[in-house]
Design a protein. Sequence first.
Length: 224
Amino acid sequence: MRRLFILLALLVPPAALAQPTTPLAETALHLGESAEVTRAPDEIVATLRAEARAGSAAAAQEAVNRAIAAALDRARAAPGVRVATGGYWTNRVEEGRAWQASQQLTLRGGDGAAVLDLAGALQQQGMAISQLQWQLTREAARGAREEAARLALESLRRRADAVATQLGLQVAGLREVRIDAPDRAPRPMALQAMRAAAAPPPAAVAEDIVVSATVEAVVVLRPR
């Protein structure tokens, strides 16, 4: 029996007799980095509204409808300007003695002078400008967010390498990566309603828009 046991031991591969190896110790490092990019706005947006007040809801709405129809005809004839209608409201005013109706109209385009001239012309026709702003188009905003996210991720990787070196470790990978690039439009400029017959066109000076992104991740560190 002793000889048989020795023979069986010699037939078993050495790897089968080896003890299971313990995994390398890992360290989880939680990091977050942010980055910003600036872009010149490529679109101007003007929000106007037509308002009318009358003794009945029908009369107030009819006046608003005529004003919006005339504004749409004029806006559609302006090259490079896109137009859309917005919310429509009707409510009682003057303690119920009258009705007021209003509807929004939005102008947008890359040609600031064309949009502002049209907005001024509609203003002289009795419409009021409620908001005016320069902004990024969707395509430009998406590209800026992607660029900011890329810069934030590169910054996070550099910081992870620096921390790992200080600890005598090395970066093995990233886990639970989270990229937050909010789609926030610049705050619009609120304008006082102006209806002067000879008023000059409104002015809007463009300035660069800051787009930011934040990257958070769990960095896995292992011994060198």
